[in-house]
Design a protein around this ligand. Structure first.
Ligand code: NAD
Ligand code: UD1
Length: 352
């Protein structure tokens, strides 16, 4: 069975992907600095698998380390060799993701996301590991119309965070071109990840106040926030509120597994692929669906538009279907049910 390094594997998407990989029998190595996560997420991953009578403790190796420090990454590759499981491929989640923070502290974002990735790629080269799945984002797109976004649409980020993602895609592209017979690369552009594993044992646990809509809705539902402030009611959409493509985090995890298997099986290549659902949901619709599915009231009021926001950001996922034979299975109702189940069972996230 293959040995996979997951950077940022204790975070929201990383922990769900780690669960899936362990479930499928992969050996998983994790490097995480815990800058935005808790090691408790992995304890819960193990609990889920033990509840299913799957003992995977000997398949999971966790190392606290920072991608900004090359020797930390080297340590992980060394430790994989020591246990005779040298790393075959990397799924690279580690990164900072707050838009507003990236505007206020751009150097922190460029250093963490871009320098961290360059360090990772250098160490991968050193150990002749040339397969990587990278977490990119829909925030790279210009997205100025109500058309579904395709991978070859114009990219023009509006904040440093988005630029770090586009820059990393560019670096990966250059790296591939420098050695096309060796590198296997997939940059996955996620739309709006939300929801949680159905067990309610793992989920999204943002430090501080979340800026994104979905975690705000669950915080209002649990009573930690009073109401949702809807950013704009005049967007030119069907109900005037912003439309996004919310994708269940377990569908996203499956998308990573499909990309990984595709890269490991096929010839060297560099892919850029949207991971979304292809279906748009407005802010008001999301609130209403959450209320209906969970029988709970979500108070809201209208506020002014958020700077840098867009009316309509929805993926065309035909390339993911074609290349990876992947498509999402969960509905927006599933997202609302599972995310609430996690929040209700863990009002304080992993601090419980
Ligand atoms: P997250 O913050 O929950 O997970 C990121 C993990 O990376 C955390 O565990 C954090 O501690 C770790 N990390 C950050 N910098 C590190 C470093 N230098 N060294 C080691 N570990 C480090 O975020 P997430 O929602 O799971 O997102 C995962 C990836 O997907 C990120 O790169 C993010 O930019 C990208 N992405 C996320 C979304 C989203 O809405 N969640 C959307 C598009 C793209
Ligand atoms: C935001 C980022 C994007 C990033 C993505 C996932 C911006 C401009 N874009 O995207 O780069 O990749 O998160 O991390 O911030 N909304 C409200 N009230 C709120 C929060 C959000 O009305 O309190 C609305 C927004 O205006 C938008 C929708 O909800 O219409 C979704 O917002 P959000 O969850 O922040 O995601 P994105 O805007 O898609």
């Amino acid at each position: 069975m293959k040995n996979i390094l997951i950077t940022g594997g204790t975070g929201f998407i990383g922990s769900h992907t780690c669960l899936l990989l362990l479930e499928k029998g992969y050996n998983v190595f994790i490097i995480d600095s815990y800058i935005n996560s808790s090691e408790n997420s992995l304890k819960k991953v193990l609990e889920i698998l033990e509840n299913k009578k799957q003992s995977v403790r000997k398949k999971l190796y966790v190392i606290e380390g920072d991608l900004k420090i090359k020797s930390d990454i080297d340590k992980v590759f060394q430790s994989s060799i020591k246990v005779n499981k040298s790393i075959d491929a990397v799924i690279h989640f580690a990164g900072l993701k707050s838009l507003s923070e990236s505007i206020n502290e751009p150097l922190k974002y460029w250093e963490n996301n871009v320098v961290g990735t360059i360090n990772l790629l250098k160490i991968m080269e050193k150990y002749n590991c040339k397969t990587i799945v990278f977490s990119s984002s829909a925030s790279v797109y210009k997205a100025k119309s109500d058309k579904l976004l395709k991978e070859d649409d114009i990219c023009e980020p509006v904040n440093p965070y988005g630029y770090t993602k586009l820059t990393i895609e560019r670096i990966l592209c250059d790296l591939y071109k420098s050695y096309p017979s060796h590198w296997r690369i997939a940059s996955l552009r996620y739309f709006n990840p939300a929801g949680a594993h159905y067990s309610g044992l793992i989920g999204e646990d943002p430090f501080g106040n979340p800026n994104n809509l979905y975690p705000q809705i669950t915080k209002v539902a649990i009573g930690k926030l009073n109401e949702i402030k809807i950013f704009g009611s005049d967007w030119g959409t069907k109900d005037g509120t912003g439309i996004r493509d919310y994708i269940h985090v377990m569908d996203l995890a499956e998308g990573h597994l499909s990309a990984l298997n595709h890269l490991l099986k096929e010839k060297p290549q560099n892919l850029t692929i949207n991971l979304g659902t292809g279906k748009g949901t407005s802010v008001l619709e999301l609130i209403k669906i959450f209320e209906k599915v969970n029988s709970i009231d979500i108070p809201f009021s209208f506020d002014k538009r958020r700077q840098g926001d867009k009316a309509f950001v929805v993926a065309d996922i035909s390339f993911a279907k074609l290349k990876l034979n992947w498509e999402p299975k969960f509905s927006i109702e599933d997202i609302c049910r599972d995310g609430w189940n996690w929040q209700l069972n863990n009002p304080n996230g992993y601090l419980n």
